[in-house]
Design a protein around this ligand. Structure first.
Ligand code: NAD
Length: 236
């Protein structure tokens, strides 16, 4: 059924979240064993630590959490990332819109990847703007700083920060032109990203998620199963 729906699609868009990368060993936020239920510094919630004001006021604590929970340099694409790259290669998928910051879609070969929440692979100095690689961040401990003395900030969208307007616009254009939308591995509770789904202008809405979401009732096909296994089997 899923393979038939994808086989009919001529302008497929994929919209995904952290659940796409759990089969690569990167924990999501809201699953039972996700980051929100893992013990850490119990003085702060993950939303507080991953907020702009926390980054400014407690930069060292931010980096301690970021390094141990959000950086996974050894993670590799799983069958979900690879299947989406194949669909694009076959000329049937126009864009991957992701809330993930791990860069695994590009590592799998996807070319049109709209990263709503930025990427751990891009970083820059807050003082002089110099770009800094992930490798350079990994080679340091604590708060990374630039040769000019400025603090380096990852290009990830923290709570309280706006999404990139050009990325949002491009995502809306792809969704409006799509005939098939596959939504997967996302709890659809983080806004404004989750609201993008409502710009979809086509008819086939497929939802692939380990557990039910608030949009299941709108879908033409709902699959409650691991997305890597599911997409891997559905895309030859
Ligand atoms: P979320 O944690 O809120 O939801 C993940 C959803 O995926 C859950 O509903 C879960 O049931 C489902 N899921 C988990 N593993 C799955 C699998 N193998 N197959 C199918 N479904 C699976 O994540 P979200 O909706 O993306 O929103 C939270 C935020 O988390 C995003 O803004 C994102 O930036 C950030 N985040 C990103 C990463 C990453 O880059 N890999 C990791 C953690 C969090």
């Amino acid at each position: 059924m899923l393979s038939e729906t994808l086989g009919r699609g001529e302008r497929i868009v994929f919209f995904g979240g952290a659940g796409v990368s759990t089969e690569s060993g990167i924990p999501d936020f809201r699953s039972g064993d996700g980051l929100y239920s893992r013990s850490g510094d119990t003085r702060y919630t993950p939303e507080e630590v991953l907020s702009h004001s926390f980054f400014v006021r407690h930069t060292a604590e931010f980096y301690a959490y970021y390094r141990s929970h959000l950086l996974h340099p050894h993670a590799r694409p799983n069958p979900a990332h690879l299947a989406l790259a194949r669909l694009e290669e076959q000329g049937r998928l126009t864009a991957v819109i992701t809330q993930n910051i791990d860069g695994l879609h590009q590592a799998a070969g996807s070319r049109t990847v709209l990263e709503l929440h930025g990427s751990v692979h891009r970083n820059s100095c807050l003082r002089c703007g110099a770009p800094v690689s992930l490798d350079a961040i990994l080679a340091t401990d604590g708060v990374p700083t630039c040769a000019c003395g400025g603090v380096i900030k990852p290009d990830v969208v923290l709570y309280e920060e706006p999404l990139d307007a050009a990325v949002m616009e491009s995502a809306i254009e792809h969704l409006a032109r799509a005939d098939t939308l596959v939504v997967g591995g996302t709890s659809l509770v983080v806004y404004p990203a989750a609201g993008l789904v409502h710009y979809f202008g086509g008819h086939e809405l497929v939802l692939i998620n380990a557990e039910p979401t608030a949009l299941d009732h709108l879908a033409t096909l709902v699959v409650h199963a691991p997305i890597g296994e599911t997409l891997g089997a559905a895309v030859p």
